[in-house]
Design a binder for this molecule. Structure first.
Ligand SMILES: Cc1ncc(COP(=O)(O)O)c(C=O)c1O
Length: 414
């Protein structure tokens, strides 16, 4: 059944090994195999389908655009699709949040926007070092990978990954704020002053580690005091995932740069953006060029997704669904074994098997798949079972999926 994939496609393929089936169709939070088997989606294509598969309101706009022979790719030339996206993003997302950012259209993947942020932070400050955090995931190209901590990914680089100093993330055994202050203030700390501090407010791949509001505010303060650029990687936890459009909103802070990708295009088509304070916008024309910096279908989908987010009050929806998930985990999952713990917010939750046996998280993924639920693992030793449905998941399917999570955890614990 998988012959052509196994004989022809590279060994590097990964997700397909966990979900060995040929998929064909998808609707909101359900995916269907070529045999018509139904699966509930608690992965949302790694956070790129926040608005649901084939969201009808977004799809209608894309179909309309396609049917009228509009331009599809245009490098970074001016198009009406881009104009409408920029206007909508500014009016409906940035302005209501008092955010004043220039928007840079990067190459289509998240990691390209991270690279752009790194280059621009270094160019602005004249410094090369950056601070990132243990548990971070920022992408697979060399600059982003240098800030990514998992060993398997780093080993893929085959060259030294340099110019990054790692600090412990919030809730580590070490007080990272005190440590950070010390390395910046001690002229014998031996660590170069960084151009930027790059962080996720909630480390997704790192195991659903939620930074506290106080910690985020302290980092913001340190960046301001020491003239360091604060970069927030909102690629996975932006676009409403945490119950806010931007994940940093809950801390009342404004990063100097923000990277967005995955669900920003609304429909699963590629797009990545770097947002920056206007005075940081110093790249010369073409200094971070690329062919695919402006997929017009992504602009059309992105505009429709913003309208969907605002009109359906998706942030409030997510906060309501968060209560359902957390209550279920507390009442139905944790009693299964006192060594289980959990973390999360919005529609991003993790069940941690570390204290029992890390391997059981993957076991639960397999058990879930048997029961037609798609989930992923995350974190150190892949010990965290990660739950991340589309934000638009209907409540009955959310509850159906959660019941399967329970059955899968039970089966893994046996
Ligand atoms: C937080 C974060 N940053 C960056 C990336 C890289 O994005 P991409 O895979 O589109 O290059 C990811 C991907 O999962 C991510 O979760």
């Amino acid at each position: 059944m998988f012959e052509v994939f196994e004989s022809t496609e590279s060994q590097v393929r990964s997700y397909c090994r966990k979900y060995p089936v040929v998929f064909s169709k998808a609707k909101n939070s359900e995916i269907f195999s070529v045999d018509g088997e139904r699966y509930i989606d608690f992965l949302a294509v790694a956070g790129s389908m926040n608005y649901g598969h084939n969201n009808p309101e977004i799809k209608a706009k894309i179909m309309e655009y396609l049917s009228e022979d509009h331009i599809i790719n245009a490098l970074d030339m001016y198009t009406d699709a881009k104009e409408e996206f920029l206007l909508t993003f500014n009016e409906k997302i940035l302005k209501p949040r008092n955010l004043n950012y220039k928007v840079m259209c990067c190459g289509p993947t998240g990691t390209n926007a991270v690279e752009a942020a790194l280059k621009l932070a270094r160019k602005n400050t004249g410094r090369t070092n950056v601070v990132a955090f243990s548990g971070a995931f920022h992408g697979m190209t060399l600059g982003s990978l240098a800030m990514t901590t998992d060993r398997t990914s780093r080993e893929g680089a085959s060259v030294p990954l340099t110019n990054v100093t790692f600090m412990p993330y919030d809730n580590s055994r070490l007080d990272s704020i005190a440590y950070l202050k010390w390395i910046l203030e001690d002229d014998h700390s031996g660590i170069e002053k960084p151009a930027a501090i790059c962080l996720e407010t909630l480390q997704a791949e790192g195991g659903i580690n939620v930074a506290s509001v106080e910690w985020l505010q302290e980092i913001r303060k340190i960046c301001t005091e020491h003239d360091i650029i604060m970069i927030c990687d909102d690629i996975q936890v932006g676009n409403g995932r945490t119950g806010y459009f931007f994940s940093f909103e809950r801390a009342g802070i404004q990063p100097d740069m923000v990277v967005l990708s995955k669900s920003i295009s609304g429909f699963g088509t590629p797009m990545a953006l770097l947002l920056m304070r206007p005075e940081l916008d110093i790249f010369r024309p073409a200094e971070h060029n690329g062919t695919f910096r402006g997929n017009q279908l992504s602009f059309i989908g992105g505009t429709a997704a913003i309208n969907y987010f605002v009109e359906h009050h998706l942030d409030e929806e997510v906060q309501k669904k968060a209560v359902i998930v957390e209550k279920f985990i507390q009442e139905e999952i944790l009693p299964l074994d006192s060594r289980l713990s959990y973390r999360g917010m919005g529609l991003m939750w993790g069940i941690d098997f570390t204290e029992i046996n890390p391997a059981l998280a993957l076991e639960a993924v397999h058990e879930g798949f048997e029961r037609h639920l798609i989930m992923e693992v995350a974190g150190r030793k892949d010990a965290v079972l990660k739950l991340m449905p589309p934000l638009t998941v209907p409540e009955d399917i959310l509850r159906e999926g959660l019941a399967i999570v329970k059955a899968s955890v039970e089966a893994a614990l046996k």
